[in-house]
Design a protein around this ligand. Structure first.
Ligand SMILES: Cc1cc2nc3c(=O)[nH]c(=O)nc-3n(C[C@H](O)[C@H](O)[C@H](O)COP(=O)(O)OP(=O)(O)OC[C@H]3O[C@@H](n4cnc5c(N)ncnc54)[C@H](O)[C@@H]3O)c2cc1C
Length: 411
């Protein structure tokens, strides 16, 4: 090791591990992986509800958001999903593809992913050091001096910034990476929370806390439909969450405050079918009380909530329902408009949108255009993917490319 240069990788998350292993495999440098927390891969362990949705076989441009689509296309071309899977196969991880191209470890545990990464890194001689928070990077002649927040220092001939973003601070999310990039001359596109639930302005929504329902969910800005996504919505203290809401949350950054969510609570039936179903009920059960009108069609709490909202009182039989009343109820159920107040904050967000602009790094190597042998990878860059393995695809893929390039630069 003595005469070899050192590559320091800052951040032992998805991108950091992929970079460290890819660099160490080339045997051109000594690789040090620095992590500020007391253990590495903390966020990785929480991914995919503890199962780690590590890849998506459909990962490509449409699944991502960035300010620089042209450069992102060039970058993604370098690591199609199979390249990331080959990397994991070499590490010894058996994977399984599930619906919609989502890939999980066959062991069904995020811990299995972290284990193979740590073992593979150790196998190639990567020096993994926890509780080493990089506070400053000082470029010197053909090398960098890294200073830790507790006064230690380390010299490296190449540095890979893989510090992640601000999201999920309890799992390691921090601004430090952005600060380090800025002090090295990089700029930042506005950083915003992504993939989280939404705070809503809807009276008495707390009555629905804990309810889960399959819905059609669409995001609107003024009169324009931005995007629709179906799936299970969860109602909670602050608003709504769940897979479709998270997917749409990424678009909120662009639509701004005038946005609202429109929920279709009975997506299996068209408006017309629902209207005629309720007319049939009225005809068949004229004496039944109005509170039973939606029985068997909808979650009971949701049914009560909307019946009260539309009719105010439920003290009447089905026979008293007018066509207008039935139509108004169906409209409420098919097009429940919920104004959005915003995101609940960084704690609840899974990823950060925005970050270091892509044009500030090479599309081929992820090397900074500000400093030779400084590389950036992962969430720190201005790229955010949808739910479904796209963010880890980006983190692992960019880590592989940056790590490989850093090591190759010493040939
Ligand atoms: C709950 C949750 C579930 C998720 N599930 C999925 C999923 O199933 N599929 C998917 O594709 N994506 C998922 N994501 C998103 C995904 O985890 C991230 O996009 C990905 O981890 C980003 O990788 P990264 O390496 O860039 O950053 P991170 O994984 O965040 O790693 C960065 C590391 O750098 C360390 N660090 C930061 N600054 C310093 C410093 N100055 N010195 C030393 N160390 C530092 C941090 O402590 C951290 O460990 C999920 C996110 C969350 C929060």
């Amino acid at each position: 090791m003595k005469n070899k240069p050192t590559i320091a990788i800052i951040g032992a998350g998805a991108a950091g591990f992929a970079a460290a292993i890819s660099a160490a495999k080339k045997h051109t440098a000594h690789v040090v992986l620095l992590e500020r927390l007391n253990r590495s891969g903390k966020k990785l362990l929480a991914t995919g509800n503890g199962r780690c949705n590590l890849e998506n076989m459909t990962a490509d441009l449409p699944a991502y958001q960035t300010e620089n689509v042209t450069q992102l296309r060039q970058m993604l071309e370098q690591f199609p999903p199979q390249r990331v899977l080959d990397f994991f196969e070499e590490c010894g991880l058996l994977c399984r593809e599930e619906e919609e191209g989502r890939v999980y470890p066959a062991a069904n545990q995020a811990a299995a992913v972290l284990e193979v990464l740590r073992n593979e890194a150790a196998h190639y001689g990567v020096q993994e050091i926890c509780e080493w928070e990089v506070a400053e990077i000082i470029p010197e002649k053909e090398r960098f001096r890294l200073l830790s927040s507790d006064g230690r220092s380390l010299i490296a001939q190449a540095v890979i910034l893989a510090c992640g973003g601000k999201a999920a601070p309890k799992l390691g999310g921090t601004e430090l990476g952005y600060q380090l990039a800025e002090t090295l001359g990089h700029t930042l596109n506005v950083v915003y929370p992504c993939l989280s639930g939404l705070c809503c302005k809807e009276p008495k929504l707390n009555l629905l806390k804990g309810v889960r329902a399959e819905c059609g969910v669409s995001l609107w800005s003024k009169k324009q439909l931005i995007k629709r996504c179906d799936g299970e919505v969860q109602f909670n203290d602050y608003g709504i969450s769940g897979y479709p809401v998270m997917q749409l949350s990424a678009s909120l950054h662009k639509t701004g405050k005038a946005s609202f969510i429109c929920l279709d609570l009975i997506p299996q039936l068209s408006m017309q079918e629902l209207v005629s179903k309720l007319h049939q009920r009225k005809k068949k059960y004229p004496q039944r009380s109005a509170n039973l009108l939606l029985s068997g069609l909808l979650n009971q709490k949701l049914a009560t909530y909307h019946l009260h909202k539309v009719f105010k009182t439920l003290d009447f039989p089905f026979s008293a329902l007018s066509a207008e009343m039935i139509f108004a109820l169906c409209q409420q159920l098919k097009e429940w408009v919920i104004p959005i107040l915003g995101m609940p904050g960084w704690d609840m967000a899974q990823v950060s949108g925005g970050g270091v602009p892509l044009e500030e790094v090479s599309a081929q190597t992820f090397e900074s255009k500000k400093w030779k042998r400084l590389y950036l990878a992962g969430e720190l860059l201005d790229v955010v993917g949808e739910c479904g393995g796209y963010n880890l695809h980006w983190a692992f893929g960019s880590g592989i490319v940056a790590g490989t390039a850093a090591a190759e630069s010493f040939r």
